[in-house]
Write a protein that binds this ligand. Sequence first.
Ligand code: AMP
Ligand code: TRP
Length: 318
Amino acid sequence: MRILSGIQPSGKLHIGNYFGMMRPALELAQKGNAFYFIADYHSLTSVSDAAELRANVLDVALDFLACGLDPKQTVFYRQSDVPQVTELAWILACVTPMPMLENAVSYKDKLAAGLKPNVGLFTYPVLQAADILIVQGERVPVGKDQKQHIEITRDIASAFNRQFGEVFVIPEAVIKAEVATLPGTDGRKMSKSYGNTIEIFGDSTKKKVMGIVTDSQPVEAPKKDLDKNIPLQFLKVFAPAKAQEVEAKLAAGGYGYGEAKKELLAALLEYFAPYRQKRAELAQNRDYVEQVLRDGALRANAVVDVTMKKVREAVGLR
Ligand code: AMP
Ligand code: TRP
């Protein structure tokens, strides 16, 4: 089974990225032939500083390797080391109906958030389809917000196959139901663009956790509406036994949200401590990281060239 996923290097990765995408992707990688890449072409739709983009790519590579990506087992590469995806994106664009992209939720959301739309932002899902189809990915582990992009990919692949013959495997999204969307410190979806993230490896974890928004029930009161309590939602994702304990204490009363946040902080620091140490070691060894990405690029290119030969033949190029 071929598995593929990507993540944009558009800023520091946060625990929404980790529990929503990275952890499930790293687990799934044990069960097949995984291709994970850093989507630097995609980031050009929002990052316009070369030094920043390069630094972000290194950060994402360090984050993935520190969190347990095994570069022997998984093909780990930089999207721009496989420039053939831009050729495939063009070919796919020619079988993609305009309205499908006009109706894409993530495009509409970005417009609503005030981003000035460039054509790259509009055709973003076509490049994403090319990423997936070019390695003939069968399973795509992602967070829930990417569901529509995978549906678009399926539609584009089917349209291509109908028009030119069976070239592409139709991929399927793999989405963890229990962490479909992790809330941020303010209760909205955790997202860089809302400034409500807790970074995986930041040094502001304490400040962020203690700043999580809760309601104003007094310390003594047995707490109600616990399904909306953000510290509890986090704990449920990665420390279920601790979550049960904290939930019981909150429900009993005489136990405040401040205490619950302290429990969450301790659990988070403990969970990420080994990864944090690994990351510090890797950061001292950038040549190794660069070597991993170069090796990944070679392995990805071998697969990609096979697909592109079929595609060019099917459509009548060369
Ligand atoms: P992004 O940072 O939006 O590029 O997202 C990278 C990956 O992390 C995608 O697979 C997203 O679906 C996932 N992701 C981002 N934010 C969250 C969140 N708050 N909860 C769960 N998954 C998320
Ligand atoms: N759009 C994805 C995100 O923002 C990143 C991405 C690019 C991706 N290409 C992909 C994810 C291919 C899965 C498969 O998170």
